[in-house]
Write a protein that binds this ligand. Structure first.
Ligand code: AMP
Length: 417
């Protein structure tokens, strides 16, 4: 299928063509016709699948028709709610890109910065508002946001909003907007809580899903290094220097861990920065921009901070710590190999993480290449990849990890798509 086949207005086709897109991605092919037809929709798709364009393009098409070319006062007709500032900024940029030949105006609002410029823009009038939940409710309470003309409500990254504790805010927002709206809900995973939300917020929704979370893109080369925990920083530095890696996204489990890895790399002269929840929004955006502009060699991130980060052609993802939830591995390595570009994912597996690695392999069902030739192998023997999981070790993991893991396994079995 080509974009021409979607009956989109010429102005959108031109903008999409200038971006270099020829064919819609699978989520776009499935979702765009439903959205154009005015249906509510639940989309199960992770970032990297082209899901932003899957909702932005048909919304722009329909709004362009509604608003026409008249210069009448801008009113908020589309609200996109998303959990983080980074996501909000990326969505705003997408609306700007695909809508550049329309007269629609978008505004992105988020907390952690002064509200004054945002209020000024709201007073001038906007057609599309992209917002994080807290700042949106705040500005609404102060009377700066008017939803009377709202037609589209998009809830983006809904599972992340749930994880980040925004769900009550989202419920409040849904109560504030008109009931005769078109609602689109996107989520990378579909746990029961999200399905319940979809049932209560949407009217007879269509369901579309792409790339189940267990599948890792074939264009990503996956490698694993078995390395003792105490040698991981040494191995990271070794790879960066010897393999001459740059534009590397490194995942760690904790904020403290992220800072420590950055400190160690900086000591060795590597240009590294961390991005995590303890950094201010401004600092996170600054670091992200520098990484995108290739001024930073290594970006060290926690899962929440990195989720949804869209960096074109990110060549390397390194799992410095393995995640204890196997699906997280898939989300992490999905930061590379986007939109058809190849990528390499490198995982460090410590002795205490062997159980996580086995769970990941069970989920992805891909034979990941073990790199044995490196200066920091396990002090004892490298494990036999065919060995059965060590259940004794597994029992020793703390209760939280076990219950999260078994939840993940249950979710796997119950997956609805
Ligand atoms: P998203 O899943 O929305 O974060 O999009 C991931 C990346 O795919 C973004 O960099 C988009 O610019 C890109 N993209 C979206 N749709 C297409 C398409 N139809 N063809 C090529 N690239 C696309």
């Amino acid at each position: 299928m080509l974009f021409e086949d979607l009956s989109l207005s010429k102005s959108i086709q031109r903008a999409v063509f200038e971006e270099g897109y020829t064919s819609p991605t699978p989520i776009q092919e499935k979702a765009i016709p439903f959205i154009l037809a005015g249906k509510d929709l639940v989309g199960c798709a992770q970032t990297g699948t082209g899901k932003t364009a899957a909702f932005a393009i048909p919304i722009i098409h329909n709004l362009h028709k509604i608003v026409g070319s008249s210069k009448k006062t801008k009113q908020i007709r589309c609200l996109v709610v998303t959990p983080t500032r980074e996501l909000a900024v990326q969505i705003g940029e997408s609306f700007d890109t695909y809508g550049k030949y329309t007269n629609l105006r978008q505004l992105t609002i988020f907390g952690g910065v002064s509200q004054v410029p945002q209020v000024d823009q709201l007073k001038k009038g906007v057609d599309i508002l992209i917002a994080t939940p807290g700042r949106l409710l705040d500005l609404h309470k102060q009377g700066f946001v008017d939803f009377d003309h709202l037609h589209f409500l998009v809830l983006d990254e809904s599972d992340l909003m749930l994880d980040m504790g925004f769900i009550n805010d989202v419920k409040k927002i849904v109560k504030l907007v008109p009931t005769n709206r078109q609602t689109l809900l996107f989520s990378a995973t579909m746990p029961m809580a999200i399905r319940e939300l979809a049932d209560s917020f949407l009217t007879k929704p269509e369901y579309v899903s792409v790339t189940p979370v267990s599948s890792t893109a074939e264009i990503i080369q996956q490698q694993v290094y078995f390395v003792d925990k105490s040698d991981k920083r040494g191995l990271l530095y070794h790879l960066i220097r010897n393999e001459n890696l740059s534009n590397v996204l490194v995942f760690v489990r904790t904020k403290h861990g992220a800072d420590n890895v950055v400190k160690a790399l900086k000591k060795q002269g590597v240009n590294a920065e961390a991005i995590h929840g303890d950094k201010s929004q401004t600092a996170r955006q600054r670091v992200l921009d520098s990484f995108k502009n290739k001024e930073i060699t290594v970006l060290v991130a926690t899962d929440i901070a990195a989720r949804g980060i869209d960096i074109e052609s990110l060549p390397y993802v390194i799992n410095f710590d393995l995640p204890n939830i196997p699906e997280t591995y898939v989300h992490r390595i999905g930061r590379t190999g986007r939109a058809g570009n190849g990528g390499i994912s490198i995982s460090f597996c410590g002795k205490d993480e062997e159980v996580y690695w086995k769970d990941i392999q069970k989920l992805i069902k891909v034979n990941v290449k073990t790199i044995k030739d490196h200066p920091f192998p396990w002090k004892e023997t490298v494990p036999n990849p065919d060995a059965k999981p060590d259940l004794r070790n597994k029992k020793k993991q703390n209760g939280k990890n076990n219950s999260r893991k078994s939840e993940a396994s249950k979710k796997n079995k119950k997956r609805w798509y």
